[in-house]
Design a protein around this ligand. Structure first.
Ligand SMILES: C[S@@+](CC[C@H](N)C(=O)[O-])C[C@H]1O[C@@H](n2cnc3c(N)ncnc32)[C@H](O)[C@@H]1O
Length: 209
């Protein structure tokens, strides 16, 4: 699908304000269809979700980003295109999963270059842990995927430990894929590739019921 840009007066907000929503979300009502729904956690400036929304119009995309500054940059990218299949949330990912997502509701969860919190005293802030994996398992549909990329070796090793300790998901053949029309997976991936830094990618899958 080619990239189309809207004149300013035709742009609409794609931000989903959680405080104005009933929990859990009704995803069919939210998007007006029953297409598969994929979630990207920590969208940053929104390159991946924008390209994915353009390339896959028959998939619904939700992006969550905790920092308002980046969410606004992602909104600008999304809203200048006719992307009725994308919604963006300013909020914290684990709380969003716990409160707003129904059981068995997502086809894919993308987590690309999550903050590594390298200092030991900050490790408790890391997204990957038991509580996160339990939520991933609950909200993924049977056969759904968790796709992960990071450049940070220490966090990669931690993620491997978390994945190996859990019994909910199995290693999958599917890995994160660079969207067509982008020169890399995400903004961070492009930056790290240019610097010659290595990235690690993996994929896990919820077994069929
Ligand atoms: C290192 S950046 C990567 C951004 C983007 N995924 C990329 O690869 O270009 C991590 C992003 O995740 C966001 N973030 C960190 N913790 C989060 C959380 N718990 N919920 C939602 N977003 C989070 C940060 O604000 C930041 O924008």
């Amino acid at each position: 699908m080619s990239d189309v840009f809207l004149p300013k007066d035709q742009r609409v907000s794609r931000e989903l304000v959680l405080e104005q929503q009933q929990a859990p979300l009704n995803l069919k009502d939210l998007f007006g269809n029953e297409n598969p729904v994929e979630l990207e956690i920590g969208i940053g400036k929104g390159l991946f979700i924008t390209r994915s929304g353009v390339n896959h119009p028959d998939t619904n995309w939700i992006g969550i980003e905790i920092r308002r500054k980046y969410l606004n940059m992602a909104r600008e990218r999304v809203e200048k295109r006719p992307l009725g299949n994308v919604r963006l949330i300013c909020g914290e990912a684990l709380g969003f999963l716990e409160e707003y997502l129904p059981d068995n509701s997502l086809s894919v969860i993308h987590v690309y270059y999550p903050d590594p919190w390298p200092k030991k005293r900050h490790h408790k802030r890391r997204l990957f842990g038991e509580a996160f994996m339990a939520q991933v398992h609950r909200v993924l549909k049977p056969g759904g995927h968790l796709l992960i990329a990071t450049d940070h070796l220490g966090y990669w090793e931690h993620i491997q430990e978390v994945l190996q300790a859990q019994t909910y998901l199995d290693p999958a053949e599917r890995l994160p894929e660079d969207p067509d029309g982008a020169t890399g997976l995400t903004n961070f991936a492009i930056k790290y590739q240019a610097e010659g830094r290595q990235s690690y990618r993996t994929g896990y899958r919820k077994p069929e019921a």
